[in-house]
Write a new protein. Structure first.
Length: 130
């Protein structure tokens, strides 16, 4: 699959599959969402929490990167220098896709595109479950 087609799939946006486990949108909402992401058993669950709790706006810049880092725990140390270069290149494509767009929803889309790349890599490097 070409890198641009792969990137288009990754940047399609969050799936909104489950309800956010943090119900109260109080002043510490983002902190509580981030704690829930960190407490999730793995990348996939952390990414789902990030997606389900997203604002679709600039607040997602404080949520999606936490899930991205959680996913990175599955693969970053396993990547060769060349693999890291490809990964960083895909992340840069996310950044380039939304560069120059006005509006906070594009900041969110960029953050979730980057999370999508990390999620893909996590799925490639996680042990297969029986």
């Amino acid at each position: 699959m070409r890198k641009t087609a792969l990137l288009a799939l990754l940047c399609a946006g969050p799936a909104w599959a489950l309800d956010c486990p943090v119900k109260d949108h109080g002043p510490d909402y983002i902190d509580r969402v981030n704690r829930a992401i960190k407490a999730a058993p793995g990348c996939e669950q952390g990414a789902e929490i990030a997606e389900s709790c997203a604002f679709g706006a600039s607040g997602d810049l404080d949520i999606a990167p936490v899930a991205e880092r959680k996913c990175g725990l599955d693969f970053w140390q396993k990547l060769s220098a060349a693999d890291k270069q490809v990964y960083n290149g895909l992340q840069a494509k996310c950044d380039a896709k939304y560069k120059g767009w006005d509006g906070t929803m594009y900041l969110s889309a960029n953050a979730f595109c980057r999370l999508g790349v990390a999620r893909l890599y996590s799925s490639l490097y996680r042990p297969v479950e029986d």
